[in-house]
Design a binder for this molecule. Structure first.
Ligand code: EPU
Length: 417
């Protein structure tokens, strides 16, 4: 197992390029199950989750060239199953359910269990597929889905769910008739998936709004190369890295419109920004001000940035109230941040962070992907040495983060434990 060793206290400076988005490429890879031919994706980040998804598709019979560009051919897919061993390491595996049942009329996908950030049921995925005419049984820990045909219908999603919206949108592309998804997720990754499906000939309107209309087609076209959108969470994490270290950096190859809420919030802390067409320059203030935040579905403040923002607030002047409204257990980083000297108290889904003058390096343990990022950020600002263990969580979703931070002047190295 690797750990990251950080000597904190260096202001980050320079320019760094943002990688492709994890939460965009995973649904695109699942979409490759909808039709044969070579699907070709560019701007694919190097992440453990992508390698896991490749393993999953290969176990089903797909041919894959797991390099840049990432090429997937699902002509020979015959094993219509996502096994427990893979789903338990990556919940996004559930994204194969919709496309598999749409194309092959059959799928068997392990029911994901709870995870480090909450219970995360998939009841809305199941309810939506049933409304499309899929027969679903839960047996031996698996979702067993069968359908004679999928028929378009009106589906109201009780909660905004990102992968739920994606699963149903993919399933509906090959249904007979029109499907309306109401209260759909508006995340840029949902829009990116819709854009790719449209290149395949799917008829989708309204992606990026709460109502998505999908007119089913009999079959999809031959795939053409597609470029994945940049990762707005990696971008946001790097912006916080500038803020927390008293630095000044420019992130390039990003989509500033996807970062609006995060940038607004960071402006409240005193950070200043210059924004170009595909770049953002961020500068830290002398003193970071405290700011309250509540996580919300897009375009609200992303839950995937909550832990990183909390790290920044640990060093702010004043008290900030951070409310996590998406997941019920997403404060696992708090006890580790406290080991670095942070003053945080939790009451249910609310954390109250009293800014301290300094953090002091210590050994800490990563518990999930974004929690790991917050510990790295805190370590960059802490006095002395911070060791972040269980870095495999970070590797799931950040493309060589320590290399990018080193390039910006951080003293951070990966060490085998
Ligand atoms: N929910 C249900 N029933 C469902 C589906 C969701 O109750 O059938 C609840 C969840 O338990 C949660 C809320 O609805 O409380 C929202 O969950 P959502 O379904 O939107 O989350 P997800 O699709 O499983 C994606 C991202 C997450 C990100 C969330 C929220 C991917 C692969 N994952 O998860 O990313 O936090 O949306 O934006 O897109 C991460 O990258 O670190 C990460 C966890």
């Amino acid at each position: 197992m690797d750990k990251l060793v950080i000597s904190g206290g260096r202001p980050l400076k320079g320019e760094i390029s943002v990688s492709g988005a994890k939460n965009a490429i995973l649904p695109l890879m699942a979409a490759s199950l909808l039709t044969g031919g070579w699907h070709q994706f560019e701007n694919v980040p190097q992440l453990r989750d992508i390698r896991t998804f490749c393993t999953l598709l290969e176990s089903m019979g797909a041919d894959i060239r797991c390099e840049e560009p990432l090429c997937i051919n699902t002509d020979n897919v015959s094993r219509l199953e996502a096994p427990y061993d893979l789903v338990k390491t990556m919940r996004a595996s559930v994204l194969v359910l919709g496309p598999m049942v749409a194309r092959f009329k059959k799928a068997r996908v392990s029911l994901p269990g709870g995870c480090a950030i909450g219970a995360r049921p998939i009841n809305l995925h199941i309810k939506g597929l049933e409304a499309l005419g899929v027969n679903i049984e839960l047996r031996h820990g698996y979702v067993e889905a069968k359908a004679k045909r999928l028929t378009g219908t009106h589906i109201y999603l009780d909660l905004v769910t990102v992968t739920g919206t994606e699963n149903l949108m993919m399933a509906a592309t090959l249904a007979e008739g029109t499907t309306v998804l109401e209260n759909a997720a508006k995340e840029p990754e949902v829009v990116d998936l819709a854009n790719y499906l449209k290149t395949l000939g799917a008829k989708i309107k309204g992606a990026g709004t709460p109502i998505i209309t999908i007119e089913g087609v009999k079959e999809l076209n031959t795939p053409s190369p597609y470029r994945v959108i940049p990762d707005r969470i990696e971008a946001g994490t790097l912006l916080v890295a500038a803020g927390i270290t008293g630095g000044e950096i420019t992130i390039t190859n990003c989509i500033p419109a996807h970062l609006e809420t995060v940038i607004h919030k960071l402006q409240e802390t005193g950070m200043t920004f210059e924004i170009g067409e595909n770049w953002v320059k961020a500068k830290s203030p002398e003193i970071i001000s405290s700011a309250d935040v509540k996580t919300l579905p897009f375009p609200g403040f992303p839950t995937d940035m909550q832990a990183q923002f909390m790290a920044l607030m640990c060093l702010a002047d004043g008290v900030s109230v951070i409310t996590e409204q998406i997941f019920e257990n997403r404060f696992m980083h708090v006890s580790e941040l406290r080991r670095l000297g942070a003053d945080i108290s939790i009451d249910g889904r609310t954390a109250v962070v009293k800014g301290v003058k300094e953090l002091l390096g210590a050994k800490v343990m990563a518990t999930d992907l974004r929690a790991s990022a917050s510990l790295v950020l805190a370590g960059l600002a802490a006095k002395g040495t911070t060791e972040v263990s269980r870095v495999y969580h970070l590797d799931r979703g950040y493309d060589r983060l320590e290399k990018k931070l080193s390039a910006l002047g951080a003293n951070i190295v990966r060490v085998k434990e």
